[in-house]
Write a protein that binds this ligand. Sequence first.
Ligand SMILES: [Zn+2]
Length: 518
Amino acid sequence: MNLNMLLQNCSILDGTGAPAFTGSVGFDSGAMRVFRGGEHPESAETIDVSGLTLVPGFIDAHSHGDLTLVSPFATLSKLGQGITTQIAGQCGVSLFPSVGAYSSDFPRFVSGIAPYPDLPDDLSRLNSAMGFFDWLESLKNPIATKCFVGHGSLRLWAMGYENRKPDETELRRMQEMLRRCIREGALGLSTGLVYAPSCYADNDEILALLRVVHEEGAIYATHPRNEGDTVVESRAESIRLALTADVPLCVSHLKAAGKRNWGKPRRMLEQLDRAVEQGLHALVDCYPYTAGCTSLNVSIPPQYFSRGLSGLVEALYSKTEREIIREEMSRPSDYDNYALNSGGFSGVYVSSCPVDHSAEGMFVSEYAERIGKDPFDAYFDLLIQNGGLGLGIYFHMCEEDVLSILTHPLCVVGTDGLVGKCGENPHPRAFGSMAHAYDLLVRKKQLLSPEAMVRKLSGQTAEFFGLTRKGRIQTGMDADALLLDLNGFIDKATYQNGSSPCVGIRALFIGGKRVDLP
Ligand SMILES: [Zn+2]
């Protein structure tokens, strides 16, 4: 036996939910070996870690980290909370396929989610999943990245921002490209049915694509059409589609936005339980906060995106269109109006803007008051000044819902983290989700045991996504692990200072090698 390193006498939470046990873990060319009790094998380096806890490297079940693979700030956001694997390409946005007639729209499309996406100099490298995985390999990012094909990317590639049904040729091209990407290693299809152009798809289109997902034995992940007033119906729609197509369903960032919708997650979880009884293979991901974060432009009705972001900015310049948009945004309607669900602009916090930074760190209402404008005008002008881009934090959920989702047996933790540039203030979930979930559910609310919580941060996610060598402390697994001072494992990221890494991680190992944080 040739161990490079042996961590001796640690408490082990193995990621399966089994009770903690004391043992030693050795690393041997990228894989791990577990020794229970008093066994003391030979090793080149032996470290006594009595009093510390070894857990599997955490798996971010809902990541947009594929859009910022080069940024050290983005990498720190993951490693700083113990994430060693991420499930990316979520909410309909992936970096592939990006080449085709509409490739000039692609960078701005991705910027809607990640304000400063990392793209290769030669975009043609990302013509399909294989090109993306080759580029990923060349970057040497320490985090293992698995990726969905984003439906928005696929639709943009096939038919631009067109607000209509695809014709037969367009649909067939999307199906063929989806099949090719899955065969090249993509996990399946993700939809982001609130974002253009994914939102222009009807159920026939999604079902036609899910047929390919079924044939290829892949997975469907979905951000639904609505997370507010019709969230129960929207989630039921995804369940129906998954059952009809017979595909595993990943329910992305389950929540209910807007005070009048609080309490609805219980109903959604019940409907999911019933679907599981009918044979649905499902997973839910959730980030442990009561505020969400996405594009600042998401409160604008979807039809204004059919000419891309430049079309949106043009509409906001026009006095007449601006009045119509304001009127539509002010009353409940069937689109997912984030500002309205956050109780108005006093619930929308400006996280980052790519050009004009003057509103960052303020609620839109505060910013409007400061510059002496009506909140709608302040918001519209802010979008114009930033080319339609920017990130907002939306205070629209309640803690009771978050707790009932996170404690459900089907739920695991995902960050849904989005980061801008170093120095900008991200939603704290980007840097803190894993430790925040642990602190909230194990320590503060005492709703889960450490074993059950660690499983939701690692083993359960690995199992659903078929990551057979990740997410467990077991002999033969990839040597991705964290050494924690478990009682001191606490998140430090807040809404005011969103980029503070967690404390309590004593060492982080990926592939058996100790990783220093960037
Ligand atoms: Zn989403």
